[in-house]
Design a protein around this ligand. Structure first.
Ligand SMILES: Cc1ncc(COP(=O)(O)O)c(C=O)c1O
Length: 365
C-alpha cells in the first residue's frame, strides 16, 4: 500500500529529471566559487527574484539565521509574528548566533498576517531610552506556515516595508514557500520580495529539490552572507550536484504548485464534511491545511497514530490540531484515500464509545 505522506512538503523526493541533472552536473569547488552549476543557480535565482545577488544555503534555517545575523547586533530585538518559523522552529538560533531577542507580536485579526499597527506597537525605535533593546529587524513570513499557509499580498508587504524603512529598520522575508504565495496571489515572486531587504526561499519544499534554500539581497549583503555561511560550516565543495536538481526545481516546479493548492482545497472541503472535524475553509489558500479534531473526542496524536495504521501520515500540531500539507507526491486520489482513512478513524472511535456506553448502562443496571 502506498504511504500517503501529508506531514510536510519537505518529504518530496527528487523527480527523474532532477536525478538526471544531478548525474550530469558539471561541478567545481564552490568554496572557491568555481562550481559552474552552483554559479548558474545563484545567477538564475537572483534574476527571477530581481535581487542583486543570491547565495545557496543548505537549509532555510541557515538562510534565515544568516539574515538575522547580518541585520542585527547582540542585544537587538527582532519583531516577528508570534507563530513565525524563525522564532518557533529554529532552535532559538536568533539568540544563540546573533544574541538577538525575538519580540513576538499577535496579528490583530488572528490570521497570522501582521498589519503595521500590530508591528508599530512593538517597535523600539533607535531613539528609545537606554533601558530597552532597539528593534533592528522585522521578520515576515510568506506564506505563513503555522498560520495555515496564509499569504501576504504584495500591497501589504509594500506597506509594511515602507513603514519599517521610514524608521530605518530593515525587513527580512522568510519566503520558504513564497512560490506558493505567488501562485495563489497571481503575483511574481519578485513583486512579493521586492520591498524586503533580504529574502530566503526553499528549494526543498514544494519545489521538490532534495536539498537547499537561497538567500537573496544586495551584492554587499550576499558577500557577507557567504562568509557567515562558511563560519557556520555551510561552505560546500562540489555542490553543483545538488544545484543541478535545484535548477530543475526552480524552472519546472512553480508551474505545478496550483495542483497542490487544488488538492489542499479538496482536502479541506472533504474535512469540513466529516463530523467532529473543524476547518476554516477561508484560511485554506495554498498547500497547507490545519484542522481541529477536538469535537471527535480524540486528541491529535491519537488521530495521527490511527491514520498511520491506515497508511496516511499527518503532523499533530497541538493537542487538538493537525496539519496536512499537499505536494507533488500526493495525487487527487490520495486526498480521497486520506479523507476516507480519517472518516474510518472517527467512525471506529464512535462505535467504540457507543459500545462502552452500552456496557456502562448494562453494568449500572
Ligand atoms: C516558513 C519556514 N521557514 C523556514 C523553514 C526552514 O527550512 P529548513 O527546514 O530547510 O531549515 C521552514 C521549514 O519547514 C519553514 O516552514
Amino acid at each position: 500500500m502506498k504511504l500517503i505522506d501529508l506531514r510536510s512538503d519537505t518529504v518530496t523526493k527528487p523527480t527523474p529529471a532532477m536525478r538526471r541533472a544531478m548525474m550530469d552536473a558539471e561541478v567545481g569547488d564552490d568554496v572557491y566559487g568555481e562550481d559552474p552549476t552552483m554559479n548558474l543557480l545563484q545567477e538564475r535565482a537572483a534574476e527571477i527574484f530581481e535581487k542583486e545577488a543570491a547565495l545557496f544555503v543548505p537549509t532555510g534555517s541557515m538562510g534565515n539565521q544568516i539574515a538575522v545575523k547580518l541585520h542585527t547586533r547582540p542585544g537587538a530585538e527582532v519583531v516577528i509574528e508570534e507563530r513565525g518559523h524563525i522564532y518557533n522552529y529554529e532552535m532559538a538560533a536568533m539568540s544563540a548566533i546573533s544574541g538577538a531577542l525575538a519580540r513576538p507580536v499577535k496579528s490583530a485579526d488572528g490570521s497570522g498576517l501582521l498589519e503595521w499597527g500590530d508591528i508599530e506597537a512593538a517597535i523600539h525605535a533607535n531613539d528609545a531610552p537606554y533601558y530597552v533593546a532597539p528593534t533592528k529587524l522585522i521578520a515576515l513570513e510568506n506564506s505563513h506556515n503555522l498560520a495555515g499557509g496564509a499569504v501576504m499580498t504584495r500591497e501589504r508587504t509594500e506597506e509594511l516595508c515602507a513603514q519599517a524603512h521610514r524608521l530605518g529598520i530593515p525587513v527580512h522575508l522568510d519566503g520558504a514557500r513564497i512560490f506558493n504565495a505567488a501562485v495563489s496571489l497571481n503575483e511574481s515572486v519578485a513583486a512579493l520580495a521586492r520591498p524586503a531587504d533580504s529574502v530566503m526561499f526553499c528549494l526543498s519544499k514544494g519545489l521538490g529539490a532534495p536539498i537547499g534554500s537561497m538567500l537573496l539581497g544586495t551584492k554587499d549583503f550576499i558577500n557577507e552572507a557567504r562568509a557567515w555561511r562558511k563560519l557556520l560550516g555551510g561552505g560546500m565543495r562540489q555542490a553543483g550536484v545538488i544545484a543541478a536538481a535545484a535548477l530543475v526545481a526552480l524552472e519546472e516546479s512553480p508551474a505545478r504548485l496550483a495542483d497542490d493548492h487544488r488538492n489542499a482545497r479538496r482536502l479541506a472541503e472533504g474535512l469540513a464534511e466529516i463530523e467532529g472535524v473543524e476547518v476554516d475553509l477561508r484560511r485554506v489558500i495554498t498547500n497547507i491545511v490545519i484542522f481541529d479534531v477536538a469535537e471527535t473526542n480524540l486528541d491529535a496524536n491519537t488521530v495521527c497514530a490511527e491514520l498511520q495504521k491506515r497508511g496516511v501520515l499527518a503532523s499533530a500540531f497541538s493537542q487538538r490540531r493537525i496539519r496536512m500539507v499537499t505536494h507533488y507526491d500526493v495525487s487527487r486520489d490520495d486526498i480521497d484515500r486520506a479523507l476516507a482513512a480519517l472518516q474510518s478513524v472517527i467512525e471506529e472511535r464512535r462505535a467504540q464509545s457507543g459500545s462502552e456506553e452500552r456496557g456502562a448502562t448494562i453494568s449500572a443496571q
